[in-house]
Design a protein around this ligand. Structure first.
Ligand SMILES: [Zn+2]
Length: 330
């Protein structure tokens, strides 16, 4: 399989083109690290200015979507220690969190001294959604370029349950641990509004309700939320404007009592479902669902190309994949 000589995108990735020198169109249009550095600084300054302007009137400044993986654990420490924010951490339990991750979460929130809540939807409902997502066709085709459809479903539920909570509790910021490859710096500070949310929400909500039933509607926003546009928070993902160095991140989270769980694939540090989702995506579409993210990390110099190739060639843990299939009855 032909792969871009600069990043890791394969020739069968949607809309990719290669020049005669073997570089893909995304690498050819990449503006270089000095432009990336300038944008990072611009957005970091913008966030710091926002923090001065927007003070929470309630108990919390920020709701942090906290998966218990290395990146979101690190982000929790950034918001607490670098910015001194009052944090409510929020963990969505999709039924595939390793036991070690529960310990990691407890260690980090205790050491960082932040409030935390778990939300675990009924597994039966999630099971229906994941089983359907693996067959494909739930969302617009474009969704499969950036992540497996299982991941897209799960993250969608995380996002909207978190957003509801932030609106209800009047928390002005919602924080995420997206890597710079998952979301570009230009979207790292995003003031959302009801109209924008409604159209994004519909894409995820409609198929999920269709597959798992009307009771899923309760996991999304309702008219009460949409009638309060001034309570809509600002989304922040700081790893896009801070230095993203996996080694430094691991060193930091280890100090918070974080230990990497066993049985995971190389692209997740907190979810068993990921190995299965990756394998199913690769079989169906012919490329790894993390390849777009990893290609961006390689392009931006956050990861070596060799390491990127290792991650997309990794097939995950066989025993974990079997366990997931049993649990989903696939
Ligand atoms: Zn490339």
């Amino acid at each position: 399989m032909k792969i871009c000589k600069s990043c890791v995108l394969p020739v069968n990735f949607p809309h990719i083109t290669f020049a005669s020198d073997g570089a893909c169109n995304l690498c050819r249009s990449y503006k270089g690290s000095s432009e990336a550095g300038r944008l990072k600084k611009e957005y970091k300054d913008k966030f710091e200015l926002l923090l001065k302007k927007i003070a929470s009137k309630g108990a919390y400044d920020i709701l942090v979507c906290y998966s218990g993986g290395k990146d979101s654990t690190y982000v929790l420490s950034v918001f607490k220690e670098m910015y001194g924010l009052k944090i409510l951490a929020f963990t969505f339990d999709n039924g595939f969190i390793p036991e070690r991750t529960f310990i990691n979460i407890r260690n980090a929130i205790e050491r960082l001294d932040v409030d935390h809540i778990f939300f675990k939807p009924r597994f039966n409902l999630l099971k229906k959604i994941f089983r359907e997502a693996v067959k494909g066709f739930l969302y617009p085709m474009k969704a499969m370029e950036r992540a497996s459809l299982i991941c897209t479903s799960c993250i969608g539920l995380v996002k909207y349950t978190a957003l509801k909570l932030a609106i209800e509790k009047e928390i002005p910021f919602v924080g995420f641990g997206w890597s710079p490859g998952q979301a570009p710096v230009t979207s790292s500070i995003l003031k959302i509004n009801p109209r924008m949310v409604k159209s994004m929400e519909d894409v995820i909500k409609r198929p999920i309700v269709e597959v798992a039933g009307k009771e899923m509607e309760g996991y999304f926003l309702n008219e009460r939320h949409y009638s309060k546009p001034d309570k809509f928070p600002i989304y922040i993902h700081p790893l896009a404007f801070l230095k993203y160095d996996e080694k430094a991140i691991l060193n930091k989270v280890k100090k918070l009592g974080w230990i990497e769980p066993r049985g995971l694939d190389l692209n997740s540090t907190n979810c068993y479902l990921n190995s299965f989702a990756n394998a199913a995506h690769k079989r169906r579409y012919g490329f790894h669902p993390y390849v777009f993210e990893i290609a961006a990390l390689v392009r931006e110099g956050c990861m070596s190309r060799e390491e990127g190739l290792r991650r997309i060639r990794n097939t995950g843990d066989r025993k974990t994949i079997e366990m997931v299939k049993r649990r989903l009855a696939i």
